[in-house]
Design a binder for this molecule. Sequence first.
Ligand SMILES: N=c1c2ncn([C@@H]3O[C@H](COP(=O)(O)OP(=O)(O)OP(=O)(O)O)[C@@H](O)[C@H]3O)c2ncn1[C@@H]1O[C@H](COP(=O)(O)O)[C@@H](O)[C@H]1O
Length: 165
Amino acid sequence: MALATKRTTRKADESAGKKSGAKRSETKAAAKKSPAKKSSSKKDAIKLDAVENTTVDAHVLDRLFETVESRRGTNSALSHSARLLSRGRKKIAQKFGEEAVECLIEAVAGKQSEFISESADVLYHLIVMWVDAGVTPQEVWQELRRREAMSGVEEKASRPAQEGA
Ligand SMILES: N=c1c2ncn([C@@H]3O[C@H](COP(=O)(O)OP(=O)(O)OP(=O)(O)O)[C@@H](O)[C@H]3O)c2ncn1[C@@H]1O[C@H](COP(=O)(O)O)[C@@H](O)[C@H]1O
């Protein structure tokens, strides 16, 4: 699966700003005030351009999993993942549910950019649930791989008949 992630949407940009992107914005703002930081700001801009113009693939999910896992037990004030993980499974599941609902609302509304942004939120919160439950991306990829051998229609037909169905 290849995802062309040119994050051009307003919501996606805001969302990025809330996370690690916030640091990038701060760096840029500081660089504007201080000529000494101009070159690092330029480097940041080049890095950002490189990200925006690169086609990324699903390995981004493996990397996100590793990042979230590495946050477990760290300072909640510095990491949203650490904070969420420290709040326990019910809270993590609740947040996932909220994000899933927001995502389906945007899907039904047909707002493409919001749907993309909410989809990213859903994937992030799903990954937090995996980390909490000790499930690895590899296990989920393997399950998807196993299913490649059979169409959904075929799989449903192969299920034992249910009472009253
Ligand atoms: N992809 C995400 C991501 N998506 C959404 N969020 C955060 O999820 C939060 C959702 O906001 P909400 O108000 O719904 O949640 P909340 O603050 O828990 O609210 P309450 O439950 O307290 O009401 C926001 O703070 C978002 O920034 C994310 N936080 C982090 N990541 C990724 O995780 C990496 C590690 O992040 P940290 O753990 O923060 O270092 C980052 O580099 C990103 O790649």
